[in-house]
Design a protein around this ligand. Structure first.
Ligand SMILES: [Zn+2]
Ligand SMILES: [Zn+2]
Length: 197
């Protein structure tokens, strides 16, 4: 069986190499290591991650840790920040917070090249953007972790475990909805959009 490395998993999941993917990948590696977990192994079912953005880095965190939205062990608290917190339920809320502390080298130049590739589509502009993106990604991959991140111990409120939920039929639209999300309005069980409308 071909075993993929954590980086290969992140790349396959996200689809391209970019600075954000590298930041998320390295943050996940640092977080898992600090929790005594091996990124190359199965990080464990009790792991919980909080990512503070909805950008490329979040994909790397999901691919490396195995935490996902569907399992409810990935929480997105979208503050638009490169901050990643990793904790274990069994450790009673003990967690590690990893935040980006270094300015990403060449990011302004990358934005300019992206704008150019978008406004003046063409092979040459597209390549220049892709080259720069890769160049910055390589640099981020090689930067010492202590320069890239601040890593500190924190406490985290772990989200409720995902459980099997019952379904109910909404009394207005007739569609099925998780029972714990329904509202009772005058004896009618309604889904959130119907209850709000
Ligand atoms: Zn990306
Ligand atoms: Zn409804």
């Amino acid at each position: 069986m071909c075993v993929k490395s954590p980086w290969e998993k992140a790349l396959e999941f996200h689809g391209h190499v970019c600075p954000g993917l590298v930041i998320g990948f390295r943050a996940a590696e640092a977080g898992l290591r600090e929790l005594g977990l091996d990124p190359a192994g199965a990080p464990g079912a009790d792991l919980v991650c909080v990512v503070e953005n909805r950008a490329c880095a979040a994909d790397a965190v999901q691919a490396v840790t195995g935490c996902t939205l569907g399992k409810a062990n990935l929480v997105v608290a979208d503050h638009g920040k490169h901050v990643y917190t990793f904790g274990r339920r069994e450790a009673g809320g003990e967690a590690v917070r990893v935040s980006l502390t270094a300015p990403v080298p060449g990011l302004e130049e990358l934005h300019a090249l992206q704008g150019k590739a978008f406004n003046e589509p063409g092979e040459e502009n597209r390549r220049a953007f892709a080259r720069k993106r890769e160049e910055i990604s390589d640099r981020l991959m090689e930067m010492p972790e202590s320069e890239l991140f601040q890593v500190r111990r924190v406490r985290m409120e772990t989200p409720v475990r995902q459980r099997v939920k019952c379904l109910a039929m909404c009394g207005r639209c007739g569609e099925y909805v998780f029972e714990d999300r329904t509202a009772d309005q005058g004896g009618r069980v309604l889904c959130p959009p119907c209850a709000a409308g």
